[in-house]
Design a protein around this ligand. Structure first.
Ligand code: B4P
Length: 402
């Protein structure tokens, strides 16, 4: 079954990383497997590792990994400028309006130029094969050979079993938006591995060390807003205050850092875990311990939320769970998804929502859409594509102070 295979693979990797005192208290994997079996209507297969087409690079030692990530982050502006000038990256100018709701200033970005971008159909995630192998007409843009102008660097670390290529986003609304893709094909429905989480977090640390703020996001599953089936995380530069929902999370008073919390002013299920500060001496393996613990705890809540939705909402979301992941230096947020799009009453158009929507940053392509989003209300749109909040025992969650 899809999930037992996925969980087995995840556990195998996580087991080598979760310290013994944590693994005893993490009751998630077994429960996760049991609960996920309720998502029985359609089951996928965990991606089988395809023959490596990776470029050969030597394994990195911890300091070498940190240095390599710093170099990657440092190279982004120059590679971006060259790629835009050479026509490999398309830049779509936009303007941002703020919209106050639920105690936060949501950002709605208007980008009319995107109307010219071809809309890709939501991919079918059933296959564990790269799209080029089961649908020959569809080339996987995250498999080699890459457009060399898009490649920022690559990174391998055997300790955490991570092997990634960093590419510029070809369709850039915010300059310097880049992606971290798995070197071998993995599905965008698969959970993040310790290696994915750690390389992503180390990228955020490198950005901070270079005086930049960015966050990482992962659109997981076919209702999450993803348009590419090959596993990829994305990095978006931000102003120093961070994304609107992250600002909200920061105000939450957390008594027990090991317990997740929900931002209760938001009308949809959302689960957040505050991360402890890192030290410069931490190895990738030690960082993975923390991140894996947090991710598993939140994933458990995602599964619980999906399981406890009213029947009509469960019908919207058959099969393996879709969810959005937001990763900052301070928090991991997971948001379970019921559907990919919201139909705007004002225009009848379908608005696709991805992780950025749940970071409080929505994207519209024309003024009518902007007005329709404001009159529908951002929270109501997010609730429609997310899941309803459910009661989680207070022993699991931090009590809300809001
Ligand atoms: P996905 O996880 O599959 O989906 P997505 O971010 O929602 O992007 P989508 O492709 O659906 O774009 P959309 O028109 O909604 O990410 C795939 C990523 O790979 C995307 O970043 C895509 O651009 C990129 N990509 C596709 N083909 C590529 C190739 N050949 N080489 C390299 N990269 C490739 O939105 C357009 C863009 O705006 C997306 O980048 C999206 O992330 C971004 N965006 C959406 N909302 C935004 C917001 N509020 N603020 C700023 N940017 C926003």
């Amino acid at each position: 079954m899809w999930f037992s295979q996925a969980a087995g693979e995840f556990q195998r990797r996580a087991a080598t990383l979760i310290p013994r005192h944590l693994s005893r208290s993490v009751r998630i994997p077994r429960l996760w497997i049991m609960e996920i079996r309720l998502f029985q209507s359609s089951c996928l297969h965990l991606p089988r590792t395809v023959k490596s087409r990776a470029l050969a690079i030597p394994p990195s030692r911890p300091m070498a990994t940190k240095k390599a990530i710093a170099q990657i982050v440092g190279r982004v502006p120059e590679v971006y400028d060259n790629a835009v000038a050479g026509g490999s990256v398309f830049y779509f100018p936009s303007t941002v309006e703020t919209h106050a709701e639920a105690g936060t200033e949501f950002e709605i970005r208007l980008c009319p130029a995107l109307l010219k971008k071809p809309i890709l159909p939501t991919p079918h995630f059933e296959s564990d094969q790269p799209p080029s192998e089961h649908r020959p007409a569809h080339k996987d843009p995250f498999a080699p050979p890459f457009d060399p102008a898009l490649v920022v660097g690559e990174l391998q670390n055997e300790e955490i079993e991570a092997d990634h290529v960093f590419l510029l986003n070809k369709f850039s609304v915010v300059p310097h938006h880049f992606l971290m893709v798995t070197k071998e094909y993995e599905s965008q429905t698969a959970p993040l591995t310790p290696g994915d989480l750690t390389h992503a977090y180390m990228t955020l640390i490198a950005a901070r060390n270079a005086g930049k703020t960015m966050f990482a996001f992962y659109n997981c599953g076919d209702r999450s807003g993803a348009s590419q089936p090959h596993k990829h995380l994305q990095f978006l530069p931000l102003s120093p205050e961070g994304a609107p929902i992250e600002r909200l999370a920061r105000t939450h008073v957390v008594e027990d850092i090991s317990k997740p919390f929900s931002i209760q002013t938001l009308p949809y299920a959302n689960y957040v875990l505050r991360l402890p500060p890192t030290t410069s001496s931490q190895t990738p393996g030690e960082l993975a311990d923390t991140l894996v613990f947090a991710y598993l705890a939140l994933l458990d809540l995602v599964v619980s939320a999906a399981r406890h939705q009213p029947a009509e909402r469960q019908e919207l979301a058959p099969g393996p769970p879709s969810y959005n992941v937001l990763l900052t230096l301070e928090h991991i947020h997971l948001i379970p998804r019921a559907q990919e799009t919201h139909t705007l009453k004002g225009t009848g158009e379908k608005l696709s929502i991805n992780s950025l929507g749940f970071a409080g940053m929505l994207l519209v392509k024309c003024d009518e859409e902007m007005q329709a989003v404001k009159s529908a209300g951002v929270c109501s749109i997010l609730q429609d594509v997310g899941m309803l909040p459910v009661n989680i025992p207070s022993t699991t969650l931090n009590e809300s102070d809001e």
